[in-house]
Design a protein around this ligand. Structure first.
Ligand code: NAI
Length: 302
């Protein structure tokens, strides 16, 4: 597995130069993994200050990876970190840098209008062969692609947080995505050392479509007073073998994120009972109790 992860020779795909737009939690992780697997990466964000901060977090993460993978070989580890960092270029001007890009991965804010603006500009600036992909969690890929003239070269690449650790990539195809585009995205995911699964452009793809309603059912159970948060979590950990219970998981994901996803689906599919909003969840979010990141959600953290 280690040799597949680091080898230079296994790279058979057409994708060499990758542009990652948005260098936040997800974008920085994607840029790191792409560079670590010998792709040339251009990382884009709104300001150089943000980009510098993202580079530092990538360096820290690479140090951790190197310690694990290279153990006592300090020199090898240092070389891996330096070589990987050297493959990442940063810029705030995607429209000029896109000229050499084989694959563009968008990981900016989850807002359709902002994504449309970005893709309209890039579609005009990019060479015709460039494949576009979005890492969106909750917006339809087809709707994001609708503003471009390359709907055949557009798909979803949905990574999981933290990107360097999580093995899965959901490769999403719309009715317009061609086999060539899909194959290139699938192959690229493998090159990153990930395990890709194929999914249609449906709400939540596979993981979130199952996970979010499950979390919401647990919250509704709590709301009805059927069981306590602790007992629900203990039950699912010890009875279903899950590493985390659903209430803990909601706090981990962030209650604002959970609410954002369920509200979006509820608006689109008002008749699906699994997508009903929850009063407790809405109340916690209104009081800025967003889970782990704010120190309190369903549970308190110190
Ligand atoms: P984040 O807030 O950590 O990062 C977003 C970055 O995009 C920020 O650095 C921001 O400055 C930058 N940005 C915003 N507008 C931009 C623009 N027009 N041009 C260039 N850069 C811009 O967000 P995060 O969590 O990384 O999410 C990004 C995307 O990934 C969203 O679409 C989200 O749905 C998706 N996603 C998030 C996951 C998560 O666990 N947080 C998991 C899988 C997907």
């Amino acid at each position: 597995a280690i040799s597949a992860f680091f080898s230079t020779s296994s790279s058979q795909s057409a994708i060499k130069n990758v542009m990652v737009i948005g260098s936040g939690l997800m974008g920085a992780g994607i840029a790191q993994v792409a560079a670590a697997t010998n792709h040339q990466v251009t990382m884009v964000d709104q300001t150089n200050a943000i980009l510098t901060k993202s580079m530092r977090s990538i360096e820290k993460s690479l140090d951790r990876v190197a310690k694990k993978k290279f153990k006592d070989d300090t020199e090898g580890g240092n070389k891996f970190v330096a070589d990987t960092l050297a493959r990442i270029t940063i810029t705030t001007e995607p429209n000029t840098a896109i000229a050499d890009t084989d694959l563009l991965i968008e990981a900016i804010v989850e807002n359709m209008r902002t994504k449309h603006k970005l893709f309209t500009d890039l579609d005009n600036a990019a060479p015709s062969h460039t494949i576009f992909a979005s890492n969106t969690s909750s917006l339809p890929i087809r709707e994001i692609a609708s503003v471009t003239k390359r709907k055949d070269k557009f798909g979803g690449l949905h990574f999981f947080n933290p990107v360097p650790m999580m093995k899965l990539v959901e490769v999403v195809r719309t009715p317009e995505t061609t086999d060539d585009t899909f194959d290139a995205l699938f192959q690229f995911s493998k090159e990153l050392g990930k395990v890709p699964v194929s999914c249609k452009d449906t709400p939540g793809f596979v993981v979130n479509r199952l996970l979010v309603p499950y979390i919401m059912e647990a919250v509704r159970m709590l709301e009805r007073g059927d069981a306590s948060a602790r007992d629900i979590d203990t039950a699912m950990k010890l009875g279903a073998g899950y590493p985390m219970g659903p209430i803990e998981l909601a706090d981990y994901v962030g209650l604002d994120t959970t609410k954002f996803i369920i509200d979006g689906w509820h608006e689109k599919y008002p008749d699906v009972p699994l997508f009903e909003p929850s009063e407790i969840l809405n109340d916690l979010v209104a009081r800025n109790k967003l889970g782990r990141k704010t120190g309190e959600g369903f549970y308190k953290y110190d």
